[in-house]
Ligand binder design. Structure first.
Ligand code: RB5
Length: 149
């Protein structure tokens, strides 16, 4: 499996633990920046990861900003992306199980390193449940097809 990671200065503190967990799972990591704490614009990094997911260049993505909010809003503008902001193990599990989230978004100013690592592991370990959720996710795609050219 291949996973792209992108962050801004507000999320970069979580990047080492995210990479550690991915490496422990033998996942190939594509680091799309940023690479230091200099102030940058989160939509630039959201776009890199979201496009890689949308084009199928990677299987999933992980994005990090201060809150996880801005970078997920930007990522969700890209067709085929279902980016979920999560802040605990339950949301990390449910975004995979019910929403088939293909990008996990975490706030570096919201959760601890330890929790972020556990959230990544939970998201990786949780399969999409399918069933009634398949039709709901398909309805998300229908909305996307209606409004995104
Ligand atoms: C950057 O200061 C901050 O606004 C950004 O990391 C993120 O939290 C935006 O949603």
């Amino acid at each position: 499996m291949k996973i792209a990671i992108g962050c801004d200065h507000g999320g970069i503190a979580l990047k080492p633990i995210v990479k550690k967990v991915l490496a422990e799972n033998d996942i190939e990591i594509i680091d799309m920046g940023c690479c230091d704490t200099k102030s940058v614009d989160y939509p630039d990094y959201a776009l890199r990861v979201a496009e890689a997911v949308s084009k199928g260049e990677v299987d999933k993505g992980i994005i990090l900003c201060g809150t996880g909010i801005g970078i997920s809003i930007a990522a969700n503008k890209v067709k085929g992306v279902r980016a979920a902001v999560c802040h605990d193990l339950f949301t990390a599990q449910m975004c995979a199980q019910h929403n088939d989230a293909n990008i996990l978004s975490i706030g570096g100013r919201v959760v601890s390193e330890e929790l972020a690592g556990q959230m990544v592991q939970t998201w990786l370990d949780t399969p999409f449940e399918g069933g009634r959720h398949t039709g709901r996710v398909a309805k998300i795609s229908e909305i996307e097809n209606k409004y995104f050219k």
